[in-house]
Design a protein around this ligand. Structure first.
Ligand code: 0RA
Length: 718
């Protein structure tokens, strides 16, 4: 329990592996009470949102996992109970309950009610020194309206309960037991958290990962919140069934790699694995446990998952750096030694040797230093040397012992290297040949007359018909129009040379004037506003995403400097008498119609069908600009019923080409009226992820994304 509480003690005799430490309550150090936790929960659990809430479970779970990693527990169960309660059970030694000699309080009570208390056992086995800030049971207690600790230490069962962090009584012996272990149950304080509903999927994902990282430990998750109750005839009694999931991975991170590569064409059938204690520090007085498992697949991308003390270091760090440099070095050595690459050939680059790689690097160490924005980057320098050293010997041995796997891997990375060199040569030729010669502006471009970039705008529009309308509508002095035909190339997959063979993209790059890649020069940008103006339908959204991908990948500076915008053309024109309004989404439309209805004295009723019948036909119209009529045919089809307000006509724009130049100018081009959305790089990482999902070569995540977001897609063009 005291795992994350303690300032680590100096050690006389450091021992990293599982170690039986004899412990007693006097080793606990007491620093402070729990008020600070309730005052600033974010400091201890990161946030009071869903992440912080789930963090409570991780904190309690980590204590049990530490006990398991020290070799004392084999089973951990996390149960979600009714009333937003959670119960974590393990079969470890049980939290000590003996009284502290000076403080005269039970060790259990101290662990549950004081911050930054720790004992010598902290220096024993590696700890998950969990979560964000290294806090523990007491933090969970402070943020719970109620908590109960039950400890089984043969032959006695001890219990203590708490309310908002304070014991409601002493630690009591409540019975006899033949087992050992700890059961912590808590109910998060709803006045602290935005919501106290736990999410099963989040819990399963986190605990599955923890199970992979801790081989041989069984983790059971039970959802007892809404049990299935039924009467069994066969057993002649009422049965209560709960959903339960069990994670147990004999193979640890090897199983993890196997799971990640499931369904892929693998290169090395045998997964490389090493797991070893490595001495570190000047005199080798400290040790780290280093584990690596890797396998290559037939893919262009790579997946590198790195963990330090079971914490996913998404920002990487020293362990991953050590791994990468060893991988590159060992594969190059092997390739040269075995004639895969010739003396005159270039070395394989780091990028080459990571193409198609799936690797899990997991290290366990004392006092890990976490840095970076989200404290998810391992800063401990020794970790680099430790991983590098162990990989150097173990991975080269593995290559020698598995010549067939070695050959498959080498063939894969050499192909990657050749493809990269070819792409580089091709792009150099393309650039040299003046494919982007800024002097010859594309014929498609209707340029503006101003030569002052700061007042010039480039509208990228979709198709020639929209191009035509926009040309008629624009202010020729400052507004240029570039029509793109059809879908532009999917740049996520394409390499630069291939991308530049697309006329659409070449036109755009030449029009912008900045060139690309090594030649990119922002000061040559010919328009300080680049405005993507696509239709308000699914195709338009797709083209917009393709363009955003291209800007994100190849012209991030244009986004960073705030030059990229998205035009917001209206979706409807609503007319009543001599007045008209443009509205940009369905919500606005509803609001306006509601207002018009009120003005017209037409009350909204639940059952509008009957209302329609009683209305004079022709009172209302819904006319798409293409002329097809969708008005009620008199057979009571529920067609756009809510728009039926006397004398109101609603025009839905399906594409920019459907607007006449005056309308287009008025709504979308005229700087005085228009709405522009500025594209920011602030959430670039998020955007990148979505681009990857939508554009990358992995089909599953894309399908999943589309399935989960399909309902959010507005204005489906059907
Ligand atoms: C310190 C010493 C001992 C056990 C634990 C901590 C312990 C803590 C937690 C928290 C959740 N489950 C836990 N299981 C064990 C062992 C004391 C001894 O018997 O020597």
């Amino acid at each position: 329990m005291a795992t994350k509480l303690a300032k680590k003690q100096p050690q006389k005799e450091p021992k990293p592996g599982p170690e039986k430490v004899s412990y007693s309550a006097k080793d606990i150090q007491v620093l402070e009470g729990l008020e600070p936790v309730r005052k600033r929960p974010g400091m201890y659990i990161g946030s009071t949102g869903p992440e912080g809430l789930h963090h409570l479970i991780w904190e309690v779970f980590d204590n049990s996992l530490d006990e398991a990693m020290a070799g004392y527990a084999k089973n951990i169960e996390v149960a979600l109970l009714p009333d937003n309660q959670v119960r974590v059970t393990d079969d470890g030694r049980g939290i000590p309950t003996d009284p502290h000699p000076k403080l005269k309080k039970s060790a259990l009570e101290l662990a549950a009610t004081t911050l930054h208390a720790g004992g010598k056992f902290d220096s024993g086995a590696y700890k998950v020194s969990g979560g964000l800030h290294g806090v523990g049971l007491s933090v969970v207690n402070a943020l719970s309206t109620w908590m109960r600790a039950e400890v089984h230490r043969k032959p006695d069962v001890f219990v203590q309960e708490y309310k908002i962090g304070k014991p409601t009584g002493a630690v009591k012996k409540v019975g006899k037991t033949s087992k050992t272990g700890t059961i912590i149950t808590f109910r998060p304080d709803a006045s602290i958290f935005a919501s106290t509903d736990f999410d099963l999927t989040t819990i399963l994902n986190h605990l599955r990962q923890q199970a992979y990282l801790t081989k041989g430990i069984k983790i059971v998750i039970r959802d007892e919140r809404s049990p299935l109750k039924y009467f069994s005839k066969r057993q002649n009694k009422e049965i209560t069934e709960n959903l339960s999931h069990t994670f147990y991975f004999e193979g640890g991170i090897v199983s993890y790699v196997d799971f990640l590569n499931h369904g892929q064409e693998v290169k090395n059938k045998n997964i490389f694995y090493v797991g070893k204690d490595v001495p570190t520090g000047a005199t080798g007085q400290n040790k780290m446990f280093v584990e690596v498992a890797l396998q290559y697949i037939e893919e262009l991308t790579s997946r590198e998952l790195a963990f330090a003390n079971n914490i996913h270091t998404i920002e990487g760090g020293m362990h991953i750096t050590g791994f990468r440099s060893s991988l590159t070095r060992i594969l190059n050595d092997y390739a040269r030694k075995n004639g895969f690459i010739k003396e005159k050939d270039d070395n394989l680059s780091g990028e080459d040797v990571r193409e198609g790689l799936t690797v899990v690097v997991s290290i366990k160490l004392k006092d890990p230093q976490f840095e970076g924005q989200t404290k998810a980057k391992l800063g401990t320098p020794d970790a680099r040397t430790a991983v590098e050293t162990i990989m150097n010997t173990e991975f080269s041995d593995w290559l020698e012992r598995n010549p067939n796997d070695a050959r498959s891997v080498l063939e894969k990375v050499i192909l990657a290297s050749k493809a990269r060199l070819a792409a580089k040569a091709a792009r150099e030729t393309v650039l040299r040949k003046g494919a982007l010669d800024g002097m010859t502006l594309p014929g498609k471009l209707a340029d503006c007359s101003s030569k002052d970039a700061s007042e010039s705008e480039l509208f990228i529009v979709e198709g020639d018909s929209a191009g035509g309308s926009s040309k008629g509508a624009r202010d020729r002095r400052t507004q240029a129009i570039l029509p793109l035909r059809g879908k532009i190339l999917n740049v996520e997959k394409a390499r630069l040379d291939k991308m530049l063979t697309s006329e659409q993209i070449r036109n755009l790059v030449i029009a912008m004037g900045t060139a690309i890649a090594e030649e990119f020069d922002l000061s040559q940008l010919r328009y300080h506003k680049i405005i993507i103006m696509t239709d308000a339908d699914v195709d338009g959204a797709h083209i917009r995403t393709l363009l955003l991908t291209m800007f994100y990948r190849y012209f991030p500076q244009i986004i960073e400097k705030g030059h990229l915008y998205i035009a917001q053309p209206p979706l409807y024109k609503i007319q009543k008498g001599s007045h008209h309004w443009y509205v940009y989404n369905d919500k606005e439309k509803e609001k306006l119609l509601e207002q018009l209805r009120k003005e017209a004295g037409v009350k909204e009723t639940k059952n509008q069908k009957t209302k329609i019948k009683s209305q004079k036909k022709g009172d209302w119209e819904v006319t798409p600009v293409d002329g097809s009529s969708v008005e009620s045919t008199g057979n009571d089809q529920p067609v756009e019923i809510e728009e039926k307000v006397s004398g109101v006509s609603i025009q839905r724009y399906k594409g920019l080409g459907e607007m006449n130049p005056e309308q287009l100018w008025e709504t979308t081009l005229n700087p005085a009226n228009r709405v522009l959305f500025q594209v920011g790089i602030g959430n670039a990482q998020e955007a990148d992820k979505i681009f990857d999902i939508l554009m990358g070569s992995e089909v599953m995540p894309r399908r999943k994304f589309i399935q989960t977001h399909a309902k959010d897609v507005q204005n489906l063009d059907i």
